[in-house]
Design a protein around this ligand. Structure first.
Ligand SMILES: *Cc1c(COP(=O)(O)O)cnc(C)c1O
Length: 377
């Protein structure tokens, strides 16, 4: 008998969520599959999506190498870019799109250019409009653009930035960031027009700023390219519905974390359950032990009361989550016996709700799922 814990991944749901993103923006959408495909499995998700998407995006070169090793030739963007000359070599061999966010990356390209290798890179020039993480100051955008555009190895430059608060669309920071981005784009456009002495009817430069939240809730941020991550995996970061639905967009659920009861026990009034004897039954009761713990990536900070589905009935976690197990109250599930099906999150119980109970976000629960959990497609 194998351990009953599994993450059941619905690849069709991920694709249908991608198509929802496409419908919302009209333009191109890069499917973000970084961090092991948000826990769903990097190469399985990437190879499945590849024929259907405008581009894939990952955080690191290592992730891109894994995807290319599967013979995926779809356009593939590395969101952190490369950190040294060797990595740039690899990126060029693998025909990757690269973000350039720092001087040292411009210098790497300049040095490569001097070796006069025939190549045609798509560079995503990152502008820091308020996230305060990666990218050039908006005042530097035009200069960097000219520098990059003068390199024969650079085929195209896409202007890009990232929101800090898009999951709260009413925040004024979004307005400021969008204004800063548009101002930077205008300055780059002027520099571009000077370089090419173009006439009035210039086509706008390719741009990208929207993540999932902006795709869903900030239409003004929709541009040529958009980057959908968490929404592909059925989680709406804006309308964080905690009622078991996944929000207004009715995204399709992409993962069910499923297990079974491996023990059923009764407790007398006053008996404690689990580490720290944190939970005590206030009257005689019945409870079950589920094969799933923080060693699998279930959040240890999910306390007593966190919802769990047992045999189709919504009940609650009790006591502290252990490394390999957790306990659930069976007072309201009298029919549950050993082997009863348990849904930790999935279509009946949103990952957002579990995340909320653990003081975190669906991103962390998905990416935190450990290797011990078999992914079943
Ligand atoms: C991860 C990431 C995304 C995707 O963000 P979601 O909120 O998951 O849609 C988009 N852009 C950049 C730069 C990222 O790092």
């Amino acid at each position: 008998m194998t351990r009953p814990l599994q993450a059941i991944v619905n690849l069709g749901s991920i694709l249908s969520n991608y198509q929802q993103a496409k419908t919302l923006v009209g333009g191109s959408v890069a499917a973000v599959v970084k961090a092991n495909g948000y826990g769903h499995g990097l190469t399985t998700v990437a190879t499945y999506l590849a024929p259907h998407v405008d581009a894939l995006a990952v955080a690191t070169l290592e992730e891109a190498v894994e995807i290319r090793a599967e013979n995926v030739s779809t356009r593939l963007l590395v969101l952190e870019g490369v950190f040294d000359a060797e990595a740039l070599d690899t990126a060029i061999q693998l025909n990757l799109d690269l973000v350039v966010h720092s001087e040292y990356q411009v210098e790497l390209l300049e040095r490569y250019h001097q070796s006069a290798v025939n190549t045609a890179l798509n560079i995503w020039l990152k502008i820091d409009t308020g996230m305060g993480r990666l990218g050039f100051h908006p005042d530097k955008a035009a200069e960097r653009y000219k520098q990059l555009h003068s390199l024969s190895i650079v085929e195209s430059v896409i202007l890009t930035s990232h929101f800090a608060c898009a999951d709260e669309p009413e925040r004024e920071e979004n307005v400021f960031q969008l204004a800063a981005f548009d101002a930077a784009v205008r300055s780059v456009q002027r520099a571009h027009d000077e370089l090419f002495e173009s006439r009035s009817e210039t086509t706008p430069l390719p741009q990208s700023i929207a993540n999932s939240a902006a795709i869903i809730a900030l239409p003004a941020a929709h541009r040529h390219w958009n980057r959908a991550g968490i929404m592909l995996y059925g989680s709406d970061p804006v309308n964080r519905a905690v009622d078991g639905s996944v929000g207004k967009q009715s995204l399709a659920c992409s993962m069910t974390l499923q297990s079974r009861l491996i023990a059923v026990r009764s407790a007398a009034k006053g008996e404690s359950i689990g580490y720290g004897a944190d939970f005590r039954f206030s009257e005689d009761g019945r409870y079950g032990i589920v094969a799933c713990g923080y060693g699998d990536g279930y959040p240890r900070h999910a306390g007593t009361g966190t919802p769990v589905m047992v045999d189709g009935v919504r009940t609650r976690l009790i006591g502290r989550v252990s490394m390999d197990m957790l306990a659930v109250d069976l007072s309201c599930v009298p029919q549950a016996v050993v082997g009863a099906e348990v849904e930790l999150w999935g279509p009946q119980l949103s990952v957002a709700e579990v995340a909320e109970c653990a003081g975190t976000i669906p991103y962390e629960l998905f990416t935190g799922l450990t290797q011990r959990v078999p992914r079943v497609y």
